[in-house]
Write a protein that binds this ligand. Structure first.
Ligand code: HEM
Length: 140
């Protein structure tokens, strides 16, 4: 990600945090519409779950200048996700639902530059998690 993209994600994330609850609801409604098979994987409270997702994204945004600090955490997170039944294709659906939610939540502020910056952030995190999941599958 370029420094400009980091800045765009940071600024737009502040606006998303203003509508955190609504964004969480929009996100999971969208995810379960485009990936209904993922619904039974979620056993806990969806509101608490959406908070965890937003907190992890906040952490990822906070660590963009020092990605090394985040990698071990993402690898562990990815391994737990294998246990939840999550596979590669689900990462694409989650990415799609995330961008859709940002578009709804941010409205005209969600410019094509902002969209590309978010797609790049999600891709960085998801690629790392998928790689760690494959490693676990290979060694399990
Ligand atoms: C960037 C990608 C993702 C991030 C940052 C993320 C983050 C999290 C976090 C922080 C938790 C809390 C539990 C834990 O720490 O193990 C969690 C749980 C979970 N995530 Fe993700 N996740 C991501 C992608 C996905 C994908 C692609 C799916 C598949 C649809 C998924 C499904 C789940 C499920 C089923 C749980 C457990 C929920 C429960 O116990 O009710 N996640 N996720």
């Amino acid at each position: 990600m370029t420094p400009e993209q980091v800045q765009l994600v940071r600024l737009s994330f502040v606006s998303v945090m203003d509508i955190k609850l609504e964004a969480g609801r929009l996100f999971y409604d969208r995810l379960f519409t485009i990936a209904p098979e993922a619904r039974p994987m979620f056993k806990g409270d969806i509101e608490a779950q959406s908070k965890k997702l937003m907190d992890t994204l906040a952490l990822a945004i906070g660590s963009l200048k020092n990605p090394g600090a985040l990698q071990g955490m993402l690898d562990n997170l990815a391994r737990r996700h294998v246990g939840y039944g999550v596979r590669d294709e689900h990462y694409d659906k989650v990415g799609e639902a995330l961008l859709w939610t940002l578009e709804k939540g941010l409205g005209p502020a969600f410019t094509s530059e902002v969209k590309t910056a978010w797609a790049s952030l999600y891709d960085t995190v998801a690629s790392r998690m998928k790689a760690a999941a494959h490693q676990r599958t290979a060694t399990a």
